[in-house]
Design a protein around this ligand. Sequence first.
Ligand code: NAD
Ligand code: IPM
Ligand code: MN
Length: 356
Amino acid sequence: MKIAILPGDGIGTEIVAEAVKVLKVLDLKFETESALVGGAAYEAHGHPLPESTLKLAKQADAILFGAVGDWKYDKLDRPLRPEQAILGLRKNLGLFANFRPAICYEQLTHASSLKPELVAGLDILIIRELTGDIYFGQPRGRRVATDGHFPGSEEAFDTMRYSRPEIERIAHVAFQAARKRGKRVTSVDKANVLETFQLWKDVVTEVGLQYPDVALDHMYVDNAAMQLVKAPKKFDVVVTGNMFGDILSDAAAMLTGSIGMLPSASLNDKNQGLYEPSHGSAPDIAGKGVANPLATILSAAMMLRFSLNQPEAAARIEKAVDTVLSQGLRTPDIYSEGTTKVGTVEMGDAVVKALG
Ligand code: NAD
Ligand code: IPM
Ligand code: MN
């Protein structure tokens, strides 16, 4: 078994170091190989996703990814920007199914920005389609407008699109995931306005007929955003497109206490996966040693379960995270009165210690 380690930029390097530390004490048989990605790879090789990094990722059984990006690259041509690395990995490896589980640990009910009773016991799973939608649709670009409200002026455009097979396969993923848990799927769309999402809704409904044991309902994305903060526990599995899933999963992260708690798994049809926290490179706190490594450590647990067939080891990590939270250890993002503030490395060390 080979794990490609791609720390990336900003807090990416800090949090991945902690996850690797945790993996190493488990005494499992796997090889690791690290490579540069994002801004770090651009600095060293002139490209955010060098051929060598892509090759390593393709050959690995699983990829542990940190985060990419920094404001200082915002003026680069788009193909050279750090974010293209993660988009390129998702596209090249066909990682179309993104799992973002929002679980509020009992110990963190007071860290959430919502009232404790709204989030206590929260366990929802956002399934985000990851290789289609407006993120990848063509054409896109800038041009001089020939029509519209301001002909002759500069305009920019992107293309939102989904094909039937793309929707079918992510719908199957969602229904199958729901079967293993609360047996409810909420499909989030904007079918009242967008053709793309009318097709989405029609296809998810059709696929749903093959899963009579799973309840399906549909919700417009604006209402879903509202319901997520009004009564999040009403959701079980949420399935949605690439862009809505990006936005809703950041909102859902706050229900768990912090974006620093939300892991993710991005899978292809061969069960090869890329595992990364749902958050970014957090340039505002990078280098300060305060980033929460738990989303990345929990992503490593997802990697052991989904791609490396090590469910016991995954459960051990999850239990160790639960233990350190019970010990009252908190990075600043999840701190609340009466708990103990720790840094990134201390948090990683505590998880290692809890593993025994
Ligand atoms: P971000 O997720 O990096 O940060 C948003 C806020 O959350 C910041 O205040 C940050 O300090 C905080 N935060 C994030 N992770 C944290 C952690 N583990 N512990 C404590 N606090 C944490 O989003 P942003 O600021 O909008 O983007 C920064 C850069 O990251 C951009 O270049 C963006 O494109 C990139 N990004 C990359 C990924 C990825 O690599 N998959 C994901 C999201 C954003
Ligand atoms: C995420 C990020 C990425 C996305 C960016 C960095 C391309 O926000 O993984 O959620 O939009 O998918
Ligand atoms: Mn995002």
